[in-house]
Design a protein around this ligand. Structure first.
Ligand code: GUN
Length: 291
């Protein structure tokens, strides 16, 4: 079977059209949604993510307040900036791009964000609320994955979902979302990681396989069953002299091999990536509506 492609760009474009209308309705009531964006240092990948997030805000009418700080910014200065944004009524959402430089205590910075403006869903208050099934800001990448599955009419109820990777940003929250007793959950979730024995025995029984480890070719065709739905969260740069920029982007899954067995699969780029930013816009609009 050659897989159908889950077109993340199209799903994201549909959702952004809906959001644009909501922003327009808010503006009619005198509310302009605002996102505070903080980037510390000049990691090229983080810089391009942040630029893409700001451009997306601009496209749907969200005001973004951009702060690009040098790599030697102190913990105190960063926390002070977050606190200033907490108090600023023009700011509905705060995004501190991760990872932060090693001298900064990431947990303390995330804790400083007002949970009501935590549109990344990384504050322990929002994480806890999500785990117990209360209304919370959901982290953008896993929420985007759930939206891709739901909007592709993939059955989650009772499905065997295998997640490879247990990061705080993707694997852990996604496992929680998909096991929730809810219309967008009710799956049986297994999480594999670096200490999993015989990973193939798990990945081969997955109805839905979600891979988020940050390593190319983690999943080959021999590791999946016929008809599986595959969501590839990985974004890896691999050298490619034929490209002007010297690299190309690949996911964690061997796309060419796995697509021959899967029923549905996300490409990289053009799969999960556009959804992450879309869910950030969604959370920022939600925050402005709740204000
Ligand atoms: N770094 C990688 N993914 C994310 C994300 O979703 N939010 C933030 N703030 N940083 C990230």
């Amino acid at each position: 079977m050659a897989a159908g492609i889950i077109d993340g760009r199209q799903v994201a474009a549909d959702m952004r059209d809906e959001l644009k209308q909501e922003v327009s309705n808010l503006k009619d009531r005198g509310i302009v949604p605002g996102l505070g964006v903080v980037l510390v240092g000049d990691d090229p990948a983080s810089r391009s993510y942040v630029t893409a997030k700001e451009r997306a805000c601009d496209e749907i009418g969200i005001f973004s307040d951009d702060h690009r700080l040098s790599a030697d910014t102190t913990q105190e200065a960063l926390v002070a900036l977050v606190q200033q944004m907490n108090e600023d009524p023009k700011i509905n959402g705060i995004l501190v791009q991760l990872p932060l430089p090693p001298h900064i205590d990431e947990a303390e910075v995330l804790l400083a964000v007002n949970p009501d403006k935590d549109v990344d869903g990384f504050h322990p208050m929002n994480v806890g609320r999500m785990v117990v099934g209360q209304e919370a800001f959901l982290p953008c990448t896993p929420h985007g994955v759930v939206q891709l599955l739901v909007r592709s009419n993939v059955t989650l109820q009772g499905a065997d979902v295998v997640i490879v990777g247990r990061s705080n940003i993707v694997g852990k929250p996604l496992a929680n979302m998909l096991m929730q007793k809810s219309k967008t959950g009710n799956a049986t979730v297994t999480v594999c990681h670096t200490h999993t024995k015989d990973m193939t025995s798990y990945t081969r029984r997955a109805d839905i396989l979600i891979v988020a480890v940050g390593r190319p070719s983690t999943i080959g065709a021999d590791m999946v069953k016929e008809g599986v739905v595959v969501i590839d969260v990985g974004v890896n740069r691999v050298e490619d002299a034929s490209k002007k920029r010297g690299y190309r982007l690949v996911g964690d899954v061997d796309f060419e091999g796995v697509k021959e067995k899967a029923s549905l699969i996300t490409p990289v780029p053009g799969g999960v990536g556009p959804m992450t930013i879309t869910m950030l816009l969604h959370n920022t609009v939600e925050s402005a509506k709740r204000r």
